[in-house]
Design a protein around this ligand. Sequence first.
Ligand SMILES: C[S@@+](CC[C@H](N)C(=O)[O-])C[C@H]1O[C@@H](n2cnc3c(N)ncnc32)[C@H](O)[C@@H]1O
Length: 335
Amino acid sequence: MLASTHIPVLLQETIEALAVQAGGRYIDCTLGGGGHAAAILDRSSPGGQLLGIDADPEAIKIAKARLETYGGSALLVNENFVDLQAICIKYDFYPVHGILFDLGLSSLQLNDKGRGFSFQHDAPLDMRLSPSQEVTAADIINTSSEAELAHLIKTYGEEGYSHKIAHRIVQERPIKTTLQLARMIEQAIGHRRGRIHPATRTFQALRIAVNHELEHLEAALKQAIDLLGFDGRLVVISYHSLEDRIVKQFMQQESRDCICPPDILVCVCGHTARLRLITKKVITPSLGEVQLNPRSRSARLRVAEYVVSRGEHHKNTTNYVFRQELELMGSGNHL
Ligand SMILES: C[S@@+](CC[C@H](N)C(=O)[O-])C[C@H]1O[C@@H](n2cnc3c(N)ncnc32)[C@H](O)[C@@H]1O
């Protein structure tokens, strides 16, 4: 059972970054407990519409109950945002005024004792966002080679002791529960006072691997641009440096007219900017927000706006082609 509630992070900043307007259409790719979604629906009233997506069927159930009062203005679907364009075509929901990603897990999922996301509770090592996924954290822990585990823990957890941890895991297998894994890591690398729990980075690595978080984020960001109407906003809140790096590099690259290596004197890439950065600096929570909601402390919000690219004027970008396809396939209420 899910417990407690999820406090939406950077709520006011998100609504401002999305420039939510009455009658606008928005996609919340990470619906969670529906906190951001409710605020978007309130601000876009009258006439606003929201497509809310979550890979976790439990999250959809909770958000449906919470957003019931918005009736047909909120369309909530249990899907993975890696399929963002296909979802929008299926539900005829494009182009839109804004797209939000509030990445990671909700407090509801972290507090759910049976999901295995947290080492605060003993539970089977599952960590899947959806029961329809085949591979669990236990599968990865108990079947990967020592080298594969070390690589995964280093790459996705940025863990300095990845080899030591992987070696210990292979010696102690099978490992079935969160506490068994957390205690074993603590024994392997020790616990220095004042530092994060020694298992934190390994748990992050496993969660990222089980849910293909980084690959899905990269794929979804690329799809998101093509769904934005002109001046539409893309807002992403990330919670660790690996996610934030992907978002930052993506937004920077898409806001440049040329992405040739610096030693090339005349542009050969033909790339044209499709985004404009709204804030050059990342937006972080205030001290007051962190005090009220400690889980917000690592949040980093980035925002960019869709612009008509030179390439689009010349009708030769994939964006243009996709837009043509959308026009042909749907009757959407276009911006
Ligand atoms: C931080 S929570 C969002 C909280 C939400 N903004 C709110 O105010 O309640 C992140 C949510 O994104 C979902 N999620 C993460 N990766 C996803 C993916 N690839 N596709 C769909 N949903 C995903 C998680 O299941 C979780 O419910």
